[in-house]
Ligand binder design. Sequence first.
Ligand SMILES: COc1cc(-c2[o+]c3cc(O)cc([O-])c3cc2O[C@@H]2O[C@H](CO)[C@H](O)[C@H](O)[C@H]2O)cc(OC)c1O
Ligand code: UDP
Length: 507
Amino acid sequence: EQCITLSSVVVVPLINLAKAMAMASANVLLLPEAGSGHLMSLIEAGKRLLAHGGRGDGEGPAVTVTVLVVRPATSESAAEVDAHVGRVEASGLGVRFHRLPAVEPPPMGCAAGNVQEFKSRYMQLQAPHVRAAAAELGAAALVVDFFATGVLDAAREAGVPTYVYFTSTAALLALMLRLPALEEEVPVDFEEFDGTVDVPGLPPVPAGSLPAFMGRKESPNFKWFLYHGRRFMDADGIIINTVAELEPALLAAIADGRCVPGRTAPPLYPIGPVLDLEDKPSSNARCVRWLDAQPPASVLFLCFGSMGWFDAAKAREVAAGLERSGHRFLWALRGPPAAGTVHPTDASLDELLPEWFLERTKGRGLVWPTWAPQKEILAHAAIGSFVTHCGWNSTLESLWHGVPLVPWPLYAEQRLNAFELVRDMGVAVPLGVDGKRRDSFVEAAELERAVRSLMDDASEVGRKVREKAAEMKAVCRNAVAPGGGSSYAALQRLLGAIRGGFSTMTQ
Ligand SMILES: COc1cc(-c2[o+]c3cc(O)cc([O-])c3cc2O[C@@H]2O[C@H](CO)[C@H](O)[C@H](O)[C@H]2O)cc(OC)c1O
Ligand SMILES: O=c1ccn([C@@H]2O[C@H](COP(=O)(O)OP(=O)(O)O)[C@@H](O)[C@H]2O)c(=O)[nH]1
């Protein structure tokens, strides 16, 4: 109102000033899921947006990045999130944080087996606060975790272009986009199904390699994956933590509309590998110093993610398999979580290992009973291969260092990752894991066979897989190289789209 009474000599410069201020920076809001793994991955992606667009250039305004922090529902998770947010705030990288008001969690708590439902409903409840934050902070774009597609409508109502950040593979994305059709095509529950499933861009996928959440169609978790799969099509783009050259056929199948015939898929931005790979001072952990004394590419590393743990029956099979393989090893072994928590405890070696094991493998093996500095270990020249649960972050970390894999999937989408690593990418040897009757059990003889097939000098299969992993190391590094890399280019395209939308908004 004050402006109306002013002369045009004053009004025009004021409007221009407001526009100029708005144009000065395009604020990208990130909405991670309320758990630390996905939060870390999305923050890492945010750091890349800042590094590429933070100062602005001839192509458009500078980009700022603000993370909308959802209060985790458990104190265990809240402590992890607080610690990580604190570290990033202290790092001075310029990522901003905005804490969303507390929301009453859905009633079911962290009920075992309904994790996806709980997370999805909790994120959906954030919608009004996300809309308020978008207005308050002046959002140019919103990037949401793939469990948070429940806020898409609120973002749309607020007029904010919204992108999904997909923390896993293009294979899982293709499968989730296909899920509504697959549900119709396969007449029984997937856990009853013996056939193969068609995922465009992959060889036929055996039912036993489908993700754990797909078991029963009536389960709330399945329903939520179905929901998210549908909602991905409504996003303004899908940012995915993969590398174009790692999954070319899958990305082409999604982009060509082969996963959802008759509809155009949102633009895809494969910007991976999104990993926190900054040079950190060496942890000086004893396990890393132990590696210093081992010959190059001689050590098998075993580690099973933030939630993998073994009971004595499984640990004894591993021990026997490792002993018989004759190869050197570094085994990160964890025990069962304490009641009411999800994270493994430090292993009690007396309880988990056969009494002969440490003595018989002395000098060629080390058991590490706690959290391992995995990235530092995989970067070490002594590491020759990696037995992994196939979490996608662990997989990318391994490929980044050219380390070939032995896949031992445990939970989430890991069976699908294992299938892709062996059958499509050729960077892993197969391992027979009994997921149906014995909860991801591997027999000693089978582990010994797989390890030998990858690590024995005379193994032709091993040579090919090792070569392929070395190729993928180059692929990953080239992808993020400034200028010509595919992930670098995808990030530039993404910034272009965000800035383009922002300029339209502020015109
Ligand atoms: C991909 O399918 C599933 C992923 C998860 C899942 O969810 C999750 C949520 C968080 O708030 C924090 C996490 O750390 C986290 C991790 C997680 O699984 C891991 O995600 C990785 C990629 O980000 C990777 O793909 C690993 O394989 C996963 O173990 C959970 C889930 O079912 C419970 C899924 O089906
Ligand atoms: O002892 C461990 C176990 C895991 N990790 C790290 O935890 C992450 C695990 O992520 P992933 O996606 O592989 O699996 P998740 O734990 O989410 O199932 C990766 O960055 C690993 O490097 C680690 O550093 N030490």
